[in-house]
Design a binder for this molecule. Structure first.
Ligand code: F6P
Length: 315
């Protein structure tokens, strides 16, 4: 069976900086996976560390650890010019003349760390020449590692999405899965506890889904919400669905909750490479040029027909 390390080493010379960064991230992911599974460490890793990260979220011990492990792994990759992280206010400059920039949410789904629910690492790889703030369309690669019942990687280098699973020997093996998001779905994911804060089009769209076969959509919908973007995303790659974290009326949620550079953009590249769509309700996520490192963006992604349907409700 093909391994990730084999496919990375056989990539062409001009792709080696990207390959090197993915190899470094995969090594960290394997270490994190082992750490998370270690009986004694779990509760401690979910402890609040005291300070809030660049976005004002509580920082957990595992957030900080994952960030430090990635920073140190990338420091050994001469092809990486800079590291952008959810856990740091500013970019970390690494190698002069490096070809790529790596942006990452080192530990996504922190509120699930000590609940035995899937969490993950998200990454985006951009050409260094474009600077720190580039449209997602420029990404050379992106991916998500998920630490769940299986530790897995979904990665794209711009030629489709490849799925790998971590085995006991520390290698990621190709899962032999043609990753394609079915265009049609009857399953949505949204944090419904925010419904009183939603904008009218979101309320209308969800109300029509909930109305089921008696409503205008003329079919019944199912609902899922894991609360870890990586896990909700993984399910959608597997069987379709629509994920929504829209803007809402709460203070600080005017542009939703998720971060453009290291959450929405990498997810959007994966989604579009798997035949799905990712939008902020108006434009494709991949076309948005960030104006700051930690900027938030409303995020709707998944099965192409359903994302289009949502967009038709207006926003
Ligand atoms: O990174 C933010 C995140 O934890 C995502 O993984 C998840 O989709 C979302 O926040 C959950 O938000 P909420 O706390 O509103 O359910």
């Amino acid at each position: 069976m093909a391994t990730l390390s084999k496919s990375l080493t056989t990539m062409p010379a001009d792709r080696q900086p990207v390959a090197g960064a993915v190899a470094a991230l995969a090594a960290v992911a394997a270490e994190l996976s082992a750490l998370i599974r270690h009986a004694e460490s779990t509760a401690q890793l979910g402890a609040v560390r005291g300070s809030a990260n660049a976005d004002g979220d509580d920082q957990k011990k595992l957030d900080v650890l994952a960030d430090e492990m990635i920073a140190s792994a990338l420091a050994d990759c001469v092809g990486v010019a800079a590291y952008l992280s959810e856990e740091r206010d500013d970019a970390v400059t690494l190698h002069d003349g490096g070809d790529v920039i790596v942006a990452s949410d080192p530990l996504d789904g922190s509120s699930n760390i000590d609940t035995n629910v899937s969490i993950g690492t998200i990454f985006s790889i951009l050409p260094a020449a474009g600077g720190h703030l580039q449209a997602g369309r420029n990404q050379l690669a992106s991916g998500i590692f998920v630490y769940g019942p299986q530790t897995t990687l979904l990665v794209t280098f711009g030629d489709g999405v490849h799925a790998f699973q971590l085995a006991e020997d520390g290698q990621f093996y190709d899962m032999g899965w043609q990753v394609q998001i079915p265009p049609k779905t009857s399953e949505f994911a949204i944090n419904a506890s925010n419904s009183r804060h939603w904008m009218a089009p979101v309320s209308r769209y969800i109300a029509d889904c909930l109305a089921g076969d008696a409503g205008p959509r003329q079919r019944n919908f199912n609902m899922r919400w894991v609360g870890s973007l990586v896990a909700d995303g993984w399910r959608i790659f597997r069987r379709g669905g629509i994920f929504l974290y829209p803007a809402d009326a709460r203070k600080g949620y005017e542009a939703g909750r998720l971060r453009l550079v290291y959450e929405a953009s990498p997810m959007a590249m994966l989604v579009s490479q798997a035949g799905g769509r990712a939008s902020d309700g108006q434009q494709d996520i991949l076309d948005i040029v960030p104006t700051s490192l930690h900027q938030r963006v409303p995020l709707v992604f998944g099965s192409a027909n359903e994302v289009d349907e949502f967009i038709n409700y207006g926003s």
